[in-house]
Design a binder for this molecule. Sequence first.
Ligand SMILES: Cc1cc2nc3c(=O)[nH]c(=O)nc-3n(C[C@H](O)[C@H](O)[C@H](O)COP(=O)(O)OP(=O)(O)OC[C@H]3O[C@@H](n4cnc5c(N)ncnc54)[C@H](O)[C@@H]3O)c2cc1C
Length: 247
Amino acid sequence: MIKNSTQAITIRGAKGKRMGGASDELVFVAADSGVSMNRLVRFTIDAGLAGLEMQLGLPGTVGGAVYMNSKWTHPVGYVGDAVYQAEILTPVGERKQVPRSYFHFAYDTSSIQKTKDIVLSVIFSLRSDTKEHLWEIANGSIRYRQETQPQGVKSPGCTFRNISQAEALSVPTPNYTTSAGFLIDHAGCKGVRVGDAEISPVHANFIVNRGQATAADVVQLIELVRSRVQKEFGVRLEEEIVKVGEF
Ligand SMILES: Cc1cc2nc3c(=O)[nH]c(=O)nc-3n(C[C@H](O)[C@H](O)[C@H](O)COP(=O)(O)OP(=O)(O)OC[C@H]3O[C@@H](n4cnc5c(N)ncnc54)[C@H](O)[C@@H]3O)c2cc1C
């Protein structure tokens, strides 16, 4: 196992112009892939740079967030939206600079999930804004997380991906919802347990560990929820969480 402890964050320069109050200036910030997203977000806000502020509270590193194209929904923002270029290590050991387009970012998806490249560092392109405005958005994300997600418990985050708009329309789901949490909740799964693994009573798309839950308990609970949602709504949910090891 490798723990990525690379830590550098630097402002690399800017391009574009400021004219009076208006600006089309882009500022480039480089971060090593081991930098925690929360540290990077705080750094960019303190530098008065917009593009990542809504991600405050997102656990994990820059590398993990690029791999998953991590996102926030209130307001909507994908980590991939702010990527300008990255340095990667390919499976054959080649170091390459690649542009944003290389990653084919989409919902919970980037190309490196297939190519198995390792992200070494990332350059983000960000815009100027006032620190006050950026902290307002960032604190709004934290508040929303505290109000809607289980706090102070062990959890791997959202279990299932939301479904696509096209699937919600064709099934159709109640009010054409794409929310996995809504479907799990309305299939009566909140509070359902396998061993110490429980569907959170706070947010149905979170599994929480009530004590000694094992990975096997979590996987069994995932299958139980998947089959209940399929039976109730005719939707097959796909996992957002990534399993490591043999199951
Ligand atoms: C409580 C909780 C809340 C969460 N909330 C959100 C949320 O609001 N929005 C959201 O989108 N996600 C959310 N997540 C998921 C989180 O963004 C992802 O789990 C993220 O990938 C974690 O990053 P990590 O560094 O811990 O990656 P890991 O969990 O260590 O790895 C995740 C995957 O990324 C790969 N990876 C990691 N680093 C690199 C690298 N440098 N190069 C290539 N591949 C790499 C790993 O191989 C693995 O396949 C949440 C998770 C938790 C636990």
